[in-house]
Design a protein around this ligand. Structure first.
Ligand code: MEV
Length: 436
């Protein structure tokens, strides 16, 4: 046990770290070290950037970087970069993009871009006194944070709102400063957290020095200051619509029947959290892939999206569908706090290329593209589920993966694709086919 633990790992050089881990956890340490080295970038400068993103790096973990073309969003054509390991996602997004390109494309609108952060604190004085001094507190909070906010204000952003939230009905003495921010083209995590930490410091000093407070009222305990990843007002809506009869025959199904079945499938995801989780996972297949490709924080996006999906106390579908007056309308409202400057967006060489591929959008335009990718993915998944079933598309990729794994030649692959077009794909069946 003890020989597999170490003090001062972070202080070792990259190759010392790799050596230590290889020697202690593998049967073939030389090969492991070669594998890790093999996945490092051939250009030293680029590898240095990647090494600098996180701690204790010994190699890079590669994921496929794909492009889904033919996304027409608000009349503009995009080729959308997607980083995802799951087969069929990029193909599904591309297919849905083309389908909707022929029916007017996607539409998207940013409803708001407000970000939020909180200072959580404990205080046991008379809350009316706190509200009474609030204007003076606000002035001091803003004044003392000026060195942090000046630049953001020049760019058109900054602090939009500060309020005290009384949480004492839930927990004795528990209050928050709830702060709203505009962070323009950056996701703004560093900016928000720095401002909140400054606010926490000011709040503490203000309360302990203010003449209105005496005795225990001077004691305020700051619990923590941190942004909220739940940003329900950093919201974008993406939608598609067309007359139902213009939807064409989907896998041989009449458009009216298809639209009704589709509508029902979305309805089920509103009613049943078991289905909603899978339905929304399909949306995030598209969303996360673009978020990752553009160097944004997919964990923040997921946390926010799932919280938003449960905003009425019941976890539901993020997308919705209507069939009014013969028009099929399918839409997605989703909070997306993303940036096109700062963070990894320009630092990671491929994130920078992704933004270039999208025409170097501002953050609101990127929100529109990401939401459209999520909606496209959801449309493609539901279209498969209510017609052929999801396995048909998946199995094609699965078959190719098995064939690659078994080292099949080009001609054998073509024959196998033909042979398995109407048969169940399994590893054993494919191996038996190749042996024959
Ligand atoms: C698979 O990654 C995603 C789906 O399960 C989504 C869905 O069921 O809607 C196909």
């Amino acid at each position: 046990m003890q020989e597999k633990t170490i003090n001062g790992f972070s202080k070792l050089s990259k190759s010392e770290k790799a050596n230590w881990a290889a020697q202690h956890f593998f049967n073939d340490p030389e090969q492991v070290i070669r594998d890790w080295a093999g996945f490092c970038h051939p250009e030293e400068a680029t590898q240095k950037i990647l090494d600098g993103l996180s701690e204790n790096t010994v190699s890079n973990y590669h994921l496929p970087y794909g492009i889904a073309p033919n996304f027409v969003i608000n009349g503009k054509a995009y080729a959308v970069p997607m980083v995802i390991e799951e087969s069929s996602v990029v193909a599904a997004a591309s297919s849905a993009a083309k389908y909707w390109m022929e029916r007017g494309g996607f539409f998207a609108e940013v409803l708001d871009t407000k970000k939020l952060g909180q200072v959580h604190f404990n205080w046991t004085g008379d809350v009316r006194k706190l509200y009474h001094v609030f204007e003076a507190l606000r002035t001091q909070l803003l004044e003392e944070a000026t060195p942090l906010t000046a630049n953001m204000e020049k760019r058109g952003g900054g602090i939009r709102d500060i309020r005290i939230i009384d949480m004492t009905h839930l927990e004795t003495g528990y209050y928050q400063l709830m702060v709203a921010f505009e962070t323009c083209d950056s996701m703004g995590a560093n900016f928000i957290n720095s401002v909140l930490e400054s606010f926490a410091d000011t709040l503490q000093r203000f309360v302990s020095a203010h003449p209105d407070f005496s005795g225990p009222e001077k004691n305020i305990s700051i619990i923590m200051a941190i942004l909220s990843n739940y940003t329900p007002e950093c919201l974008v809506r993406a939608w598609v619509e067309c007359p139902i009869e213009a939807m064409g025959n989907c896998e041989g199904i009449d458009p009216v029947v298809f639209a009704e079945k589709f509508h029902k499938a979305v309805r089920i995801a509103h009613l049943d959290p078991y289905r909603a989780a899978t339905h929304n996972k399909g949306i995030f297949n598209g969303i996360d892939a673009v978020v990752l490709a553009t160097g944004n924080d997919f964990r923040a996006i997921e946390a926010c999206g799932h919280t938003y999906a449960a905003r009425d106390g019941h976890y539901r579908s993020l997308s919705d569908c209507s069939l009014d007056n013969g028009i099929f309308r399918f839409w997605l409202d989703i909070p997306l706090s993303v940036g096109t400057v700062g963070g990894l967006t320009k630092l990671h060489p491929l994130a920078r290329r992704s933004l270039e591929l999208l025409g170097n959008p501002r953050a609101p335009e990127l929100m529109c593209v990401i939401a459209a990718a999520g909606l496209a993915q959801n449309f493609a998944a539901l279209r498969s589920l209510i017609t052929t079933g999801i396995q048909k598309g998946h199995m094609k990729m699965h078959l190719m993966n098995i064939l690659n794994h078994l080292g099949a030649e080009h001609e054998a692959c073509a024959k196998a694709v033909d042979y398995f077009s109407d048969k169940a794909v399994s590893f054993t069946a494919v191996r038996a086919f190749l042996e024959k």
